[in-house]
Write a protein that binds this ligand. Sequence first.
Ligand SMILES: Cc1ncc(COP(=O)(O)O)c(C=O)c1O
Length: 575
Amino acid sequence: MKIAAGCDHAGFELKSLLVKHLLDSGYQVDDVGTYSDASVDYPVYGAAVGRAVARGDADLGLCVCGTGMGIAMAANKIPGVRAAVAHDVTTARLARQHNESNVICFGGRIIGYEVALEALDVFLNARPLGERHHRRVEELEKLQELWPVAGWVPSDTELETLLWQEANRQSSTIQLIASENFTSPAVLAASGSVLTNKYAEGYPHKRYYGGNYFIDEVEDLARERLKALFGAEHANVQPHSGASANLAAYEALLDHGDTIMAMSLDQGGHLTHGAKASITSHVWRFVPYGLTPASDDTSKPGEIIDLDALDELAQKERPRLIVVGTTAYTRLIEPQPFREIADRVGAYLMFDIAHPAGLIAGGAHPSPVPFADVVTLTTHKTLRGPRGGAILCKSEYAGAIDKAIFPGLQGGPLEHTIAAKAVAFREASLPTFRDYAHKVVNNAKALAGAMDAEGFRLVSGGTDNHQVLVDLRTFDSELTGKEAQDVLDSAGITLNRNQIPGDPRPPFVTSGLRLGTPAETTAGMGVNEMQQIAQFIKRALKGRHDREEIAKVRDDVRELCNLFPPYPFVPKTVD
Ligand SMILES: Cc1ncc(COP(=O)(O)O)c(C=O)c1O
């Protein structure tokens, strides 16, 4: 067995005696210093012992300083270390048996040599008792998930304060923005990793800069995981965002000026699907398609993609590309009919699954990958990864897609984000993620049902995915989406106003709201909480001119959020 031993000047004499005892007893010892009684600082030596144990270079550690406490604190800063100060045989034995301590610390000015020697032997020979003690140690280890947040820029107090405030906002208000989620601590950690330091223009094994051997492995891992997750032939994980993924896909498949059919913004499409304000509409010619009209027939409420009209328009316009994908649309999209339409007119078929990517990965929605030539996605919505984009395609388009991203559209890839994408892709491949994806949909159905019961009209009559689109006019004809969003913000409910199909109000005002369940489902909320949220929304909007009522809803929201903290280590504060 190998013991790492360290001390400061005040512990030097006792450590020297104990090291000799260890060597005489047949242990291997890695003495990290200090090697005299000249004054030194204990953190250096505590951390060195901690690192040796955490890395597995030593089996256990021994630390000595004046009281044992400072050097224990230093060792405990290293993840995986459980350093305990022992005063006698009993505390030394329990430190090992109960707390699974892996570094024993003594006070050189406190404990005598005889006691220290006996306590050290007991510590080295005792075995962890397991069971309830082990469960507690596991809980202890989980606290290390703290570090991506707790380590935030402590040297920059202005920024650190803002980061904690935002963490607290996310934890104490209800997050219903359909395109947001709470990433895991592992995704946060990878996003904040040293990979942000590295330039890696190009692709794995074909880079323009040196020093990319580990970066290549990271990007390869991300690509392979993404391909496996969706059963795709080729993956590009470099797009900085969903918008750049879409631009690159158009650039790869088309000539400038070619015709693209995509859903218009006011029917539920995205800006990059040819909106006037988007550069996409300056480069390519977009022909918009849309939804069937709304109907009073509850068995056929309408407002679903009008496939017949799309087919007819495609025959007339002969587009070179048909884009299928939405930003505000609540129904499941079956890929096959779109493939048939594209084949009839000889068009490429692209799916933009920015929104449902996680539902597809988790098996709650059908995958368009076998049907599409190209699939673009964002990684930060239902897929629950870091902010960014990705592209999947058939092998025959791999070269064109890669070239369109780099050098076509981007410079150096964000490898820290790519590492975080790799983490998220692994998480999305686990059975727990399938469960999550189905819960997201169930929660959205529950939220839709509850909103309907409160008198809000639902666009398309309900939902099959993670979104609920609410028409406010049946609830209150005076209430705009903008006002509702502002009122709900002050009540602690975060969502966005949204145009509804055929909205008479302009995009900045709107008559609708978009609600989504990905984030709060991650936080652990279920069907009952969705019903409560609908109640909160109704109360806040009905009482929007009554400050006391808004304050009451805010309190109730905070109480609910306290039960479902997305990051349990964020301290509760009152705003
Ligand atoms: C369908 C669709 N495509 C593309 C995007 C663009 O993603 P990003 O905001 O990452 O550019 C979005 C974002 O909301 C989207 O909904």
